[in-house]
Design a protein around this ligand. Structure first.
Ligand SMILES: [Ca+2]
Ligand SMILES: [Ca+2]
Length: 82
């Protein structure tokens, strides 16, 4: 991969992860999304889907997990959603 392409990829990933928690999902401001916070934005999120997105199983979806879910097509990009 060229240096330019890698830089663009990093920028794209940073944009997604920066957007995830600034798109109105994290309403209590703790920097991560609970099941309730996620469901407020994505009505289709079940506890099963949440567990799938919550890769480290700490009970919250953080920026990285959110970005992974968006990249995997599990969730819509919250910015285009709103
Ligand atoms: Ca939160
Ligand atoms: Ca997590």
């Amino acid at each position: 991969m060229s240096r330019v392409a890698f830089g663009a990829l990093l920028a794209a990933l940073a944009a997604v992860s920066a957007n995830a928690m600034s798109a109105g999902i994290d309403t209590d401001g703790d920097g991560k999304a609970s099941l309730e916070e996620l469901q407020a934005v994505y009505s289709g999120v079940t506890s099963e889907l949440f567990a799938e997105i919550d890769a480290d199983a700490d009970g919250f979806v953080d920026d990285e997990e959110m970005a992974d879910a968006v990249a995997a097509g599990v969730l819509e990009d919250p910015v285009t959603e709103l």
